[in-house]
Structure formats: C-alpha cells, structure tokens
Design a binder for this molecule. Structure first.
Ligand code: PLP
Length: 486
C-alpha cells in the first residue's frame, strides 16, 4: 500500500510527551471545575510536534485534485474556477459571524444579498422570481415539481400524475419525480440527439403535470424544437420545467423564460462557480414565471434569516414540507452574487460563447481518434463513444484511468447512458488555449498508446498513489475503516 496517500494516521505519529502547542497561563486557577464535569481519564489525543502535524496534513491535502491543481473536464458538472475574491467575500466576518435567529434589523445587509441575487437570477433566466432555499440541483427539481403540483391542485386539477422526461436526462430528473410521487414517462431522443417531438405528441394528455427538459441537453445539444414542445405541453395544460444545470453556455445568449419555460432551477455551484467536487456544498434556487410566485416557498418578506416559510402543501398531502430551514446555503449564495457582480453584464455575455468555443475546439481536434456519435455544433460539452478504433480492446474506463497518469482529471464516463462507452467532456470558459492544447495532445497520445501498447492503458493508472481499484469489490465489500485497510 502506498504510504503517501494513506500516510499514517496522526494518532500513529504520536510520541508520548511530544508537544506542538503551548497554552496561555490559566487566569482562573482559583476556580475548580466541578468534578461531575471532568473526565475520569485523559482524552486519547495524538502528541506530535508542530512540524509533524503540518507535514501530515499538507501531504494529505496534496493528494487532492481540484480545479486549482489542474484541468478538470468533468462533463455535466461544470467544474469552473472559483475566483479567490468569492472566498474572500464568503469568509467576511460580517457574514460568517451572523446567527440565523438574530433580529431582522441587524441583518438587513445579509437579507439584501439574498434579494439582489434573486433579482439577478430572475434577469438572467427571464423569469419573475426565485427562491434561494433549495440546497442542490436535485433539491431544486423536487421543489419545482412540488410547485407545479401545487399549481395544478390550486386549479382543482388532481388527475395530473405524470412527468415527461427525455431518455437522455440526468438521473436526478426521474428520481425527483418519483420522490414527488409522480409517475415518470420517458420521451425518446432522435438519432440527432434531440427530443423526439412525434414521440412526445403520443404521450401528452390531461394526466401530464409537466415536461422536464435540460437545455442544452446532456449531449451538449441545444434542443431545436422548444417553441413547438412548449406549445404542445401548454396546450394540454401541463407546465414546462427547465433543468438549469447546463445554463452556463446560455449565459448572455438566451433565457429559459423567453423559451416558454414556467419553472426552473439553477445549480449555482456549477454555473456560478462554487467548488463542488465530492458532493457539496450546493445551491439550487428555483425560479418561476409571472403568475406562479405564490407557490414559491419563502417568498414572504422574510424578516430574519430564519423567517422562511415552508411550502404548504396541506391540500396535497396533509402536511408541510420545509425546503430549507433558513435562507439556503448562504455561503454558496454569497459566492454566486460575488461572481455575478465581478463579471458584470458585458463580461457575463462572454461566458456562454467561450465555453462553447472551447468545447467545440476539443471535439473537432479529437474526433479523428475518438468516436463522435453526434456530429455538429455542440454547446458547452459533448460526448464521445470511446475510442474510434474498437479493435484495441481499450475502453473508456482505461482512457479515463490513463489520463490520471498525465495529471488530468478524467471526464465524465459512462454517462449519458445512450452510448456504451460515453466519455463526456466539458472544459468551461476559463481554460486557456495552452491548457486545452495540452489536454488534446495527451488524448491523442493515449489513442496512440492504445494502438501500439494497449497494456499500458489497460493497466493504468501507474503514477497515482494507488493503482486501479476493483470497482465491483469496492461496491460489494466497502472498506470504510482505516484499521481494516492496513
Ligand atoms: C448536476 C446535474 C443535476 C443535479 O444537480 P445537483 O446539484 O448535483 O443535485 C441535474 N441535472 C443535470 C443535467 C446535471 O448536470
């Protein structure tokens, strides 16, 4: 087992009597702590010198990979650079020192941050109003579907139990619908990767509550038939939901509200740059068009950071569901607002076109070596179906592992499910041409290795702290305790 990754536990570096700290003189020596509050024996704390502690944690931190270490083209996730100024603002004691229950009059500024962000998101999306409560995209989807259900209920229309979701959709879409108690009906994609409008026509009826769409879709394609789809969906009385996870390439180019969408979420951690590798933190504000504001949670004039109304769906399921105790993930909201204000209106308009240019440049540069199942202009991301030359036996998994040897984070693999060997690449707008050219060169190099020395790719990674893990064993027999591992 490689020593660097697992290192030793700080406890194992402990040497009795070693000190890395000194405490200030006890000014309260005259007062005894009541015996009932004292430990019976000393806590088992590691005893280390300062240098050991610093090296231990620094070495562990260096086993991490993030946008600040290198290129991170993880498709669908929009792993974009989080400017340092975002962190400075999010760490201002004026914000971090607030208590959610302190009197409203003392948090006017913090509440104003929420209102400003809400207004910017509404302007960017072309919608009327946003709630900042939901903690992630998936949480936003659930909130949005509950809003849609509440809307139908308010009209006394209780037979709408179905949600239409394209077969290319992210897994959270059907999951959110199921959690909301709605039935998922799949609509097919055409060979070109768009929602099949003819298939949709056959599915629509008065039991449909909503159509969920991601645009650009998970293949990176801008859905061509949105006006027609929105017309059909609205004609049958259902609402249009926009999964805004892929909003990045739309910034400054077009707005979901103008396309006919009624409800949407925005993944602030993606489009507006909070680091979110490893599952958090996130924020998934939900916006609605004019006329649906009353169904949003937390739209009362919140008088303190804690004063956010729960969604009241008493008519639907006899209870209340809170979608966030306070004002959502406040640190993420601060970063998003900082990002929006530092870019400003004019620079914001460059985000979408640059992200799109970078993705197309990579796609066109690599399609001689990698199989491109869907030709044509993509938006911020695209999908290869593995290596073009299938005779080598080198899989998408092998390519992804080999990329680690060259210091790159792997793209998203085996998603979307439409292809067997999906390799989904999203560079974002921030990367320089040099970085992107470096990535392209390495991807060509790996394709060349697959032809001439496939074993080196199949057995990768070779330069990482641990080699290839056994995915099946890791899933079936997860080792979650350090003691079992060594
Ligand atoms: C990331 C993503 C989601 C889910 O968002 P989370 O913030 O991870 O919950 C939904 N749909 C698409 C297309 C996504 O890329």
């Amino acid at each position: 087992m490689n020593n660097k990754l697992y290192g030793n536990l700080i406890f194992e570096l402990s040497k009795e009597g070693r000190r890395g700290y000194s405490l200030p003189k006890n000014q309260f020596g005259d007062y005894d702590i009541p015996a009932s509050l004292c430990r019976n024996e000393d806590a088992a704390l590691p005893e280390c010198d300062e240098m050991t502690v610093v090296r231990h944690y620094t070495n562990h931190s260096e086993n991490n990979f993030g946008v600040n270490n290198g290129f991170y083209p993880l498709g669908s996730c929009t792993m974009k650079y989080n400017p340092v100024i975002n962190e400075e603002v999010a760490n201002m004691p004026e914000f971090t020192g607030l208590h959610p229950l302190q009197p409203a009059a003392t948090v006017e500024g913090a509440l104003d941050v929420c209102e400003q962000l809400q207004q910017h998101l509404s302007a960017i999306a072309g919608l009327s109003r946003f709630t900042l409560n939901p903690f992630a995209g998936a949480h936003g989807e659930l909130t949005g579907l509950m809003i849609i259900r509440a809307y139908h209920e308010s009209r006394g229309d209780s037979k709408r139990t179905k949600v239409i979701i394209p077969d290319s959709a992210h897994g959270t879409n059907p999951a959110s619908a199921a959690v909301c108690g709605l039935e998922v009906v799949e609509v097919k994609s055409t060979a070109q990767g768009y929602v099949d409008v003819n298939d949709l026509r056959g599915i629509l009826d008065d039991t449909v509550a909503a159509m969920m769409m991601t645009n650009p879709n998970t293949l990176g394609m801008f859905e061509q038939e949105i006006p027609e789809i929105a017309k059909l969906v609205h004609e049958c009385g259902a609402l249009m939901y926009y999964d805004g996870a892929n909003l990045n390439p739309m910034l400054g180019a077009c707005r979901p509200g103008d396309m006919g969408f009624d409800v949407m979420h925005i993944n602030l951690h993606k489009t507006f740059s909070t680091p979110h590798g490893g599952g958090g933190p996130g924020a998934g504000p939900v916006g609605v068009r004019a006329g649906l504001e009353q169904f949003l949670p937390g739209t009362s004039d919140a008088r303190s950071l804690a004063d956010v109304k729960a969604i009241d769906f008493s008519s639907a399921d006899g209870g209340k569901i809170s979608v966030g105790p306070y004002h959502g993930n406040y640190g993420v909201l601060l970063r998003a607002l900082t990002y929006i204000l530092t870019l400003g209106r004019e620079n914001m308009k460059m985000v979408g076109p640059l992200a799109t240019l970078n993705a197309n440049y990579i796609k066109e540069s690599l399609k001689d070596d990698y199989l491109l199942p869907i030709e044509g202009l993509c938006k911020h991301e695209f999908v290869f179906d593995g290596l073009r030359d299938k005779s080598t036996g080198v899989t998408t998994m092998d390519v992804a592992k080999r990329l680690l040897d060259y210091g790159y984070h792997a793209p998203t693999i085996y998603f979307p499910l439409l292809f067997h060997e999906s390799l989904m690449i999203e560079p974002t707008e921030n990367e320089s041409k040099d970085t992107i050219d470096g990535f392209i060169a390495v991807m060509h190099q790996i394709a060349e290795e697959a032809r001439t020395n496939p074993e080196i790719v199949k057995s990768a990674p070779h330069n990482t702290p641990i080699g290839r893990v056994d995915d099946v064993l890791a899933a079936k027999q997860p080792v979650v305790k350090y003691r079992d591992m060594v």
